[in-house]
Design a binder for this molecule. Structure first.
Ligand code: SF4
Ligand code: SF4
Length: 107
């Protein structure tokens, strides 16, 4: 996992309250560490420490994307890939190794 989507700094995420409920937004804010990264992100392993119990909004799954963005299953893959590109670009940069790896693996 590249981990870019675990960088949660709220000022760099537009419209959080459009797609998260009040309860989810408060859960989200509780995860934001001082450096903007999720407190559950293990940087050395690039893993989520609570993967099996991670919040619903962390799950890149058709059902969650429908709930949050009203993206149906036909559009899910393209939308998720765009989200990853945007997030990897914003966290690591367009020319970063993380982006190259992602493009190699996903296209
Ligand atoms: S590849 Fe996408 S979903 Fe996976 S960690 Fe990176 S930004 Fe998140
Ligand atoms: S809970 Fe896990 S998957 Fe969700 S943002 Fe934090 S580290 Fe990433």
């Amino acid at each position: 996992m590249c981990g870019a989507c675990c960088y949660l700094k709220p000022d760099e995420r537009e419209d959080l309250d459009d797609y998260l409920s009040g309860e989810q937004l408060s859960q989200y804010m509780d995860l934001v560490g001082e450096d903007g990264w999720c407190i559950n992100f293990d940087h050395s392993r690039r893993e989520c420490r609570i993967y099996n119990e991670r919040p619903r909004f962390c799950r890149v799954e058709p059902e969650t994307f429908w709930e949050m963005y009203e993206i149906d299953s036909d559009q899910f893959n393209d939308f998720a890939i765009d989200c990853c590109h945007e997030q990897i670009d914003s966290v690591y940069g367009q020319d970063a190794a993380e982006m190259k790896r992602y493009q190699r693996e996903v296209g």
